[in-house]
Every structure is written in structure tokens, then in C-alpha cells.
Design a protein around this ligand. Structure first.
Ligand SMILES: [Zn+2]
Length: 237
């Protein structure tokens, strides 16, 4: 587990400490990747124990859908952003190259977990999460009590994309424009997320500087194809 550096309990899981066999070894948290469901249940229990509450895991819709979680352990519909103002609720965003993002708002107490993949970043998943958080807090509070943590993701030197896709995404998110270490068009999604959070008024931003493709302690869909998923988890106190 990697501490997310937020004022509430929040962390990112790695491959370590679970029950799954290769190619999902060992702490795979996704049910949709072909792993033994019994192992995934056991793995999710490991993470819930670390969180101190049953974690509600996000099923990504790969867009800008927001789901509110109002009960501990609830199962919301597919969404790209989970948000809660309910004490004791634990939210988890799973990923394996896409960017898991956790946000805490000290003004309202709200927590959010976001799956920011390439389609979600492009469509505005960060904006959707921030809009929901600002809606909760109202207009009175200062913006400097929002803090965010950007988890392990494929980096801008590794995430190769076709030339046209780099043009399309970076036309909207300039910070996403990148080049691989081998000189081909790429996207830097973590940098795009960090930039967008800053533009929307988040000043306290923690960034876990690990690349999923380069670091074998993390799952990477780009590196391994069939593989598991790790998660970012945040708990409402
Ligand atoms: Zn990398």
C-alpha cells in the first residue's frame, strides 16, 4: 500500500498482499478481467480491512458519470466518479495505467474517487468530480481546503498513442501533449490531471511518481495485456 498523503485515510494498492495467481498476482481488485472470483472477493476483503470499512469499488463508465454513495458498502451503477458525504463510506477507483485520483474537501468533509482514463480525462471526469464537490460545499468556503492525490499511472514517456489521438486530446488538455522515450507521439495523463485540478482551484496536490508500465510492483495493461487492477481508496472519516 502506498499512502496517498491526504488528511483522511487514503492509499493506493499495489500488486502485493493478495490471493490471485498469475497473471493476476496477487492483489487484483477487478472482477471483469478473467480472474477467479473467489480470489477477487478475498482481495477486496484485504483492502477493506486496510480501509477499516467495506470499500465500494467503482466500475468505470469511461466518461463523466458521477455516482453518489450514501450507504457504507453500497454498489452504485457504472460511473467514473464516486463521491460521498456519508461518514464511514470507503470509495475505491480501480486502474492499471489509467489514473486513479482521490480528492478530499475539508470544508464539507466530502470524499471522491475518480477513474481518469484517456476517454474520461478528455471528456472532463475531473471537471465532473470538482463540480459535484463544489455543489456540496456551497459558495462560502475557500477553495484551499480541497486536496487531491494522483495515483500511479502510465507516464508521459510510456503512453504511446497515434499522432491523431495526441492531437485530439492535447487540443483540449495542452498538458497531455507528450513524446515517448523512444520518440513517438504520447499522452501524459497524470500531468493533464494535475494541471486540470490546479486550474479548478485545487492547490494541495500530491502526486505518486510511479509509472505503472515501468514499475513491476503495479499492474499495467499496456505492459502485460491480461492482468489485474490496483486501486486508489479514500475513506470518509
Ligand atoms: Zn513510464
Amino acid at each position: 500500500m502506498i499512502d496517498a498523503g491526504l488528511p483522511v485515510r487514503a492509499f493506493f494498492t499495489t500488486r502485493d498482499g493478495g490471493h490471485s495467481q498469475e497473471p493476476y498476482a496477487s492483489l487484483n481488485l477487478a472482477t471483469h478481467v478473467g480472474d477467479d472470483p473467489t480470489a477477487v472477493v478475498a482481495n477486496r476483503r484485504v483492502v477493506s480491512e486496510a480501509a477499516g470499512a467495506p470499500v465500494t469499488f467503482l466500475n468505470a463508465a469511461h466518461g463523466v458519470r458521477v455516482a453518489w454513495v450514501t450507504e457504507v458498502g453500497a454498489e452504485p451503477p457504472p460511473a467514473d466518479v464516486l463521491i460521498s458525504t456519508t461518514p464511514g463510506v470507503a470509495l475505491g477507483a480501480i486502474a492499471a495505467d489509467c489514473v486513479p485520483v482521490l480528492i478530499h474537501d475539508a470544508a464539507s468533509g466530502a470524499v471522491a474517487a475518480i477513474h481518469a482514463g484517456r476517454p474520461g480525462v478528455y471528456a472532463g471526469a475531473i471537471d465532473a468530480a470538482m463540480a459535484a464537490l463544489i455543489d456540496v460545499r456551497g459558495r462560502a468556503a475557500a477553495s484551499d481546503t480541497l486536496s487531491a492525490s494522483i495515483g500511479p499511472a502510465i507516464c508521459g514517456r510510456c503512453y504511446e498513442v497515434p499522432h491523431d489521438l495526441r492531437e485530439q486530446v492535447s487540443a483540449r488538455h495542452r498538458a497531455a501533449f507528450s513524446t515517448t522515450s523512444w520518440g513517438t507521439p504520447a499522452l501524459d495523463l497524470p500531468r493533464a490531471v494535475e494541471t486540470r485540478l490546479g486550474e479548478l482551484g485545487v492547490t494541495a496536490i500530491v502526486r505518486v511518481p510511479l509509472c505503472t508500465r515501468e514499475d513491476e510492483s503495479l499492474f499495467s495493461h499496456r505492459r502485460d495485456g491480461v492482468t489485474g487492477r490496483h486501486a486508489g481508496v479514500i475513506v470518509h472519516p
